[in-house]
Design a binder for this molecule. Sequence first.
Ligand SMILES: Nc1ncnc2c1ncn2[C@@H]1O[C@H](COP(=O)(O)OP(=O)(O)OP(=O)(O)O)[C@@H](O)[C@H]1O
Length: 883
Amino acid sequence: MLSLEQEIGAWDSVLLEPLTEDSFIANLQQRFKRDHIYTYIGNVLISVNPYKKLALYSADLVEAYVQRGPFQLPPHIYAIAGSAYRWLNDRNEDQCIIVTGESGAGKTEAARIVLQFLVLVSGSSQGTKLVKDRLVQANTLLEAFGNARTMKNDNASRFGKFLDIEFDFKGDPIGGHLTHYFLDKYVLSRVTSLASCDRNFHIFYQLLSGADIHLLKCLKLHRNVEQYMILQTESNQPTLSEEDDKNLFIYTKSALEILGFTNNDIIDIFRVIAIVLKLGNLQYVPCNNIDGTEGCSINNDYELFEVCELLGAEHRWLQRALTSRQIEDGIMTDLNAADATRIRDILCKTLYSRLFTWLINKINDVIKAKTLGKRKVLGVLDLYGFEVFENNGFEQLMINYCNEKLHQFITAATLKEEQEELIKEGLEWTKVEYFNNIVICQLLEHESHGILSLLEEPHVQSDAAYLARVEQCCAGHSHCLAADATLPSHSFQIRHYAGMVTYKVYGFVEKNRDTLPREVSRAMFRCDHSIMQSLFPEGNPKRCNLKRPISKSVQIQVSLNSLLKCLASRQTHYIRCLKPNELKQPRIFEMALVQHQELKYGIPFHGRRHLWCLYHVAREEFRILKHRKQVEWAARVIQRHYIQWKRRQFLLSLCRILPEDADSPICREWPQPYNKLLECSNLLRKIHHRWRCHKFRLKFDQTARNRMREKVTASFIFKDRKCSYPRSVSHPFLGDYVRLRQNIQWKKMCLESNDQYVVFADIINKITRSSGKFVPILLVISTRSMLVLDQRTLQIKYRVPATEIYRMSLSPFLDDVAVVHVRAVSIQNKPSSQSRNLHLQIITFEANFGPQTVTFTFKCGLPEVQPGQIRVLRKGNKMEVLV
Ligand SMILES: Nc1ncnc2c1ncn2[C@@H]1O[C@H](COP(=O)(O)OP(=O)(O)OP(=O)(O)O)[C@@H](O)[C@H]1O
C-alpha cells in the first residue's frame, strides 16, 4: 500500500525552490533511486522507465486513487487515468490521455496501465466484461503484428496508436475504436531489411516457433528462422528465446479467437505471413533479353510456386507481374534484377501493412459499441517521439513532422490557452514568452513551398530535383539550412523545436509515392485467397482509376489533421515518458540523457511554473466555483427529472395498483401517492370516484333509478346530520316493511280513509306515558296521512292528515328517536282533552344503547323541535331524552 511518509523529493516539480533544469532532473533522479518513478510537473505526469517490475499496480491502489482526488496521493499514472475517468463521468466531456516519449521510454506500458485501470474501475456486468476482454485482446494482437525488437526496445511499437474507449452514462465501457498511424514508416524498411540488432515483427517468429507441424506444413514453412531472408540480420542476435515466441504465439492465437476470428480467418492471416516470408526469399538473376535489354529470371522458382499455391494464383501471372512492367497499353518490358527486387520488397511491405490495416478494421468491427444512445469517449494516444539518428531519411521527416504538430497542439493547450484564459478572467500575471513552433510547421506544410508540399510537385521525379526545389524555396528560412557548404551532400537541415536534424534526400521521392505497379495489384486481386481482394482493391480491372494514388506524406498530413481536430475537442491529460538510460537497465539514471529528452519538451520551466502557480491559486478557485455551480445545476435538473419520472410512474401504475373492486362506488382504497403528488392524487381520486359512480348509474333500471332518487334525497337530508345515517346507505328503502298493502283487512280499511297509497309501514315502540313500558304499535304513513294502529287488530288509534304535520325532527345522535310535529287540534279519533297541546312522540329502540336496560322519560308539549335540539342524557342506567 501507499505510504505517504516514504515519499521522497517533491511530488510536483513546480514546487521546487529554486526550479531550474538541474533541480528538476535532480528531483527526478532522487525519486527514481527510491523507485518513485512518477512525478508531476503541474498537470503533466512524468514517468521514468524503471526497467524492472515494481509493486505499483494493483486493484487496491486503483481503488485508492479512485476514492481520492489528484494531488491527494503520490503521483501515479492511476491519478491521471482517474482524473480522466472522473471528468468523463462528472462533466460529461470526452477525454484524451496523450502519452509521449522516445522509443523505449515506456509509452506502450503506460497506455497498458491506463487500460488496466479503466478495466478495473468500470462495471462488471457480463456484457461489460466481454467488451473489456476484447479491448485487452486487441492490444495483445496489435503487439504481435505491430511490435518488433529494436536496438532501443525489445518490444517497440512500430506504429502510433489511438485507442478510443466508449462509455455509457453509467461509466461502463460499451465499445471502442482503434486508429493506427504510420505503421508504414517502419514497414518501409523493417519487413525487408533489418538493422543489425533488430528483429522483424514478432508475429513472424511467433508463427515459426509456435505453429504445430501441421500448420507449418499447410503454410509450406520450415521452423528454422534462418531459412527466411527477411528475418536475417548481420548479427543474427536472438533476444527473445524460441520458447518465449512459442508461448506468445498461444496468446496471439487466443486473442484472435476471442476477437471472433474464425479458424479459416486465422489460417488466412497466417497464410499472408507465410507469403511475405516466402516472397522475401525470391532471388533474381540478371539475363539478357532478345532485344538486348537487361531482364531477369527467378533463381529459386520453387518458392514462387509455393507462394502461388498459398495465394491461389497462377504461377505465370505472378511471375510476369513480378518480373516485367507495362510501358504502354498491352506492351510489357522485362525488369532488370534490381528493379524486380525493389518491386518484390514493395509487395512484401504492402502485403504486411495492408494485412495490419485489415486486422485493425476487423478488430474495430468487433469492438464497436453495439448499443445506440449517447456515449462519451476516453482515448489513449500513444505516439512515438521525436527521432534523430546519424542518417535521417523520409521516415524521420514524417515522424518529426508529427511531433512538431503534436508539440504545437500541446503548447497551445497547456500554455497559450491558459494565458488567454487568465487574461479573459482579468487575473494578475506576467506574460510568459515561449517559442511557438508554428513557424516550423509552416516550413513543412506550406501549401505552395512547404518541404512536404514540394514532394507533390509533378515535375519532382527524382531526389535531386526535390533537393533543388527545397534549396530554391526554403534556403533562406530561419529554421531551414539548404544549399550550404557545411552540410553533407544530398541533404538539408531543419531546426525542429527539439533540435537540429539533417535529412538525406535519398529515396524521398520513391518512398513518398511507393506505389505498387498496377500489374502486381491486378495479379494479387485475381488470387483465390479470401482476403486478397480486400487488400488490393485497386487491382480490380473494373475499377479503372486513372488518378494518381495519394502519396504517403499527404496521407500522413490528412490523418494527423483529423487526429488534432479530434484532440482539440477533448479534455487532454498528459503523460511524458522518459528513458533513464540506453542500456535498458534498472537503477541507472543518466542525467544527460534525461535532460536531453526533457529539453525536447521545449517549454521553459520558469514559464510553466509561473503559470501553474497562478493556476493552483486563481484558476483552481474559479474552477471549484464553476464546478459547484455545475453540480447545483445538475442536482436541480436531476430533481426535476426525478419528480417528472415519479409522476409518470405513479400515473402509469395507478390502474395497476388500484384494487380489483375499485370500480365499486363504495370502495375506499386508493394507492398512497408520493408526497409531491398529494394534491394531484386527491383530484384524481375525486375524478375517478365520479367516473365510477357514473358507470354505476348507467347500469340502473327504472326501479333502481327511483330507489336511487330516494337515497339521494335521504342523503341531502341526513348526510352529516345524523350519526346513524351512513349505516343505512347500503340498504334500499322498502317503505312497507310489514307487507301491509297485501293485508285484506287493511285493503278494506284504507279505502274508507283513502289511505291506500302506503309510503311507510312498520312496527315501532311507543312508551306508555303511564307506566313507561314499550308498547309496540303499527305506524303507517300514506300519501294522505299518518296513522297509528294497533299492530294486531289494526284498529286506528290516531290518524293525522298529512296537511296537519308541519315538521319532523330527530336527534343527530346514534339513536332512533323521531319527533313528528302535528297541529294538536287535528288529531282525530281522540278525546279533545288529550289532544289539546299534544306533540306526538314516536320512539323506536333497537340495540343502539348497548345491552343495558334503558328507560326513557319524555318531556312533551314543546312546540317545535329542530334536529340537534334533542339531547339524550345518560344517568346511571337511565337515559333521559330532552327535546
Ligand atoms: N512502468 C514500467 N514498469 C516496468 N517496466 C517498464 C515500465 N515501463 C516500461 N517498462 C519496460 O520498458 C520497456 C519498453 O517500454 P515500452 O515498450 O512501453 O516503450 P515505448 O515508449 O512504447 O517504446 P516504443 O515507442 O519503441 O514502442 C518495456 O518492455 C518494459 O520492459
